[in-house]
Structure formats: structure tokens, C-alpha cells
Design a protein around this ligand. Structure first.
Ligand SMILES: [Zn+2]
Length: 333
């Protein structure tokens, strides 16, 4: 196997586009990948750097460490995890290894979710990815030779194999600091607020807010495509986003997708609200899940299919919506 052909900066296959959001504030926007990576927000203060979220694997976090060297000479002091999902914290171990004084911070609920669910899911990945690899290998072998389809499958296969090797060797680094509702850092040049505003994408979503710079970092409570609700609370989500909307900000760094303004929060909130209302309405008629999926899709498509298809091929709206309906159906039935 070509060991290095797919490797980028820092020895990992993950790719990021680093953009300045404000003075000393950047976002590393993750490129689409076979195993999804989250964005990382980078905040520089007088005493060091805070990074928010660490991707699906250590090699992806190492790409960020490499890029940080081009942005600042200051060390990373804080690593924040916005929630317990694998693609936001599997790279944690890289930071204390690279920066001995780095603390990993989240709230108590998310730390508990990492201990109770996150650690087990790492073992689930170790168990299930080999079957994924076997399937990709069989599909690649069956695809017409030298077709773009085969190339794509072979590339996914290499990425899946590389991911399996990393997840097997993972040394999960749990948060070293956990807060309850709010934690505020007052630096000479900057205030950073870590907030829990209620349940949304998970039970413990953390928002990072920079009041002076008017920037908020949302994790997956707001993303650029259809939200994942498998561990979410669709009925609580809009209330949490309403509390978020009360903060004064102009830029939103999301868990996935490019930086957006407040307009996207309005659209995203309306989608969640309308989806939940539509599912409730159909459930009240006694409709079965498949019927509910069909009717809710038909009802929402005219308004939401286009705005939620900016990353359409990577994360198709209809697939995402079907999952959202399923979760909501289970919660309201
Ligand atoms: Zn997530």
C-alpha cells in the first residue's frame, strides 16, 4: 500500500482551511472526509491558546498543532470539547503530549457522557470498522477497473484502514477540568465564556462565547448541514437556540461547515422547530413512522431542501431529515 500518498501536513490525511475570524481568533474548517472531522476554533490570548474540539483522530489534531506553529508562538493552554461525540474529542491526547500544561475542559454532563458512552463507542469502532473495510474492499474489487468509482472506493478504503489503526491505538484523554453551568476566563486582552444553555445536539452541549469579538462557537448544536439528532433532544433544541440567540454576536463558528452569520441560526432554528411540529402533527393522526417520514419530507422540502443542501452530496438533506424524523417520532410517540 502506498503509505504516504494521502498524507498531508503533520502526517495526517485530514485537511483544514484556516481562516481568520477576528483578532487572534481563527477557525480551521475541516474538509469533507471519509471519517468526518469537526472544525477547530483557535483563540489566542496573552497567556496562551485555546482550541475548541479535536476531530476524529489524533493525526487530525496533529495537523492543527502543525498549523498553529504558523499562527502563534504561544502554547495551547486550554482544549475545550463541545460535546462527547467521537469526531470532537478523539484527538485530545495530542495536546497534553505537545503542550505539557494544556488542560482539557468541558462541562460535567459532557465529561460524564464521555466516560459512560464515549469510551464504549471507541471499542464499538474497533469492533465495527473491520466490517466496513471488508465491504469497501469488496465494492472496490467489484467496481469497473480504473473507474472514478473504484478510485473513490480505494481512497475510502485507505482512509478506513488508517482510521482503524488510529482508533485501536487511541489513548483517550478525558477532560481535566469540568464546570457546571458556566466558566469564564478573564484574560488581559480577552474574555472567554463557556456556557451550557440546555439540551440540543446532546445533553451537555458547550458553547464558547467571545463577547468583545462577538463570536460564538456552537459545536454541533448548529452546523452547516442537517443536524444529527441520534443523541439529541429535538424538543429542547429550539429553546436552547433561543437562549443562544439572546447573546450579542455576529459570527458563528459551527461544528461543521463554514463560518456563518445570524441568518443561518434563524434558518436552522426554524428547521428544527418546523420538523418537530410536523412530526407531532402526523403522530397525532396515528400515522406510522414511514408515512410520517414521507409526509414531513413533502411538507418541509419546499422551504428547507435548498438551504440545507449546501453540502448536499456529502451530507444529503433527505437522509439527515429521515434520521431527524425517526428520533423525534421516538421522543413524541
Ligand atoms: Zn456531534
Amino acid at each position: 500500500m502506498d503509505c504516504c500518498g494521502h498524507e498531508g501536513i503533520g502526517g495526517g490525511d485530514a485537511k483544514f482551511d484556516v481562516k481568520k475570524v477576528g483578532d487572534g481568533v481563527w477557525v480551521a474548517v475541516a474538509a469533507p472526509a471519509y471519517k468526518v472531522n469537526c472544525n477547530t476554533a483557535i483563540i489566542e490570548s496573552d497567556d496562551g491558546v485555546m482550541v475548541v474540539d479535536t476531530h476524529s483522530k489524533p493525526s487530525a489534531a496533529r495537523v492543527i498543532v502543525e498549523q498553529l506553529r504558523g499562527l502563534t508562538t504561544r502554547p495551547v493552554r486550554y482544549v475545550v470539547n463541545t460535546h462527547f461525540h467521537w469526531d470532537h474529542w478523539h484527538g485530545n491526547e495530542v495536546y497534553p503530549a505537545a503542550y505539557p500544561n494544556a488542560e482539557i475542559v468541558t462541562n460535567q454532563i459532557t465529561r460524564e457522557a464521555m466516560v459512560k458512552k464515549g469510551l464504549k463507542r471507541i471499542q464499538d469502532h474497533v469492533r465495527t470498522v473491520p466490517a466496513e473495510i471488508a465491504k469497501l474492499r469488496a465494492e472496490a474489487a467489484a467496481a469497473p477497473s480504473s473507474s472514478s468509482q473504484r478510485e473513490k472506493l480505494q481512497s475510502d478504503l485507505r482512509l478506513a484502514e488508517a482510521y482503524l489503526a488510529e482508533v485501536k491505538a487511541l489513548k483517550p484523554a478525558l477532560p481535566t477540568i469540568a464546570f457546571e453551568q458556566t466558566m469564564k476566563l478573564y484574560r488581559r486582552d480577552r474574555e472567554i465564556h463557556l456556557l451550557h444553555l440546555g439540551r440540543a445536539h446532546t445533553e451537555g452541549d458547550v458553547f464558547v462565547y467571545l463577547p468583545k469579538e462577538k463570536v460564538v462557537i456552537t459545536g454541533d448544536a448548529v452546523i452547516g448541514w442537517t443536524p444529527y439528532m441520534g443523541d439529541g433532544y429535538p424538543e429542547d433544541w429550539t429553546g436552547t437556540l433561543d437562549r443562544l440567540a439572546q447573546l450579542d454576536f455576529t459570527h458563528i463558528i459551527m461544528g461543521h461547515g463554514d463560518v456563518v452569520g445570524r441568518d443561518w441560526l434563524t434558518t436552522f432554528r426554524a428547521y428544527v422547530d418546523d420538523m418537530v411540529a410536523a412530526v407531532r402533527k402526523e403522530v397525532a393522526t396515528g400515522a406510522a413512522l414511514d408515512e410520517v417520514k414521507q409526509r414531513v419530507t413533502a411538507a418541509l422540502a419546499p422551504t428547507y431542501e435548498k438551504p440545507f443542501s449546501a453540502y448536499g452530496e456529502y451530507r444529503p438533506w433527505r437522509t439527515g431529515l429521515a434520521g431527524n424524523v425517526e428520533r423525534t417520532f421516538a421522543m413524541v410517540s
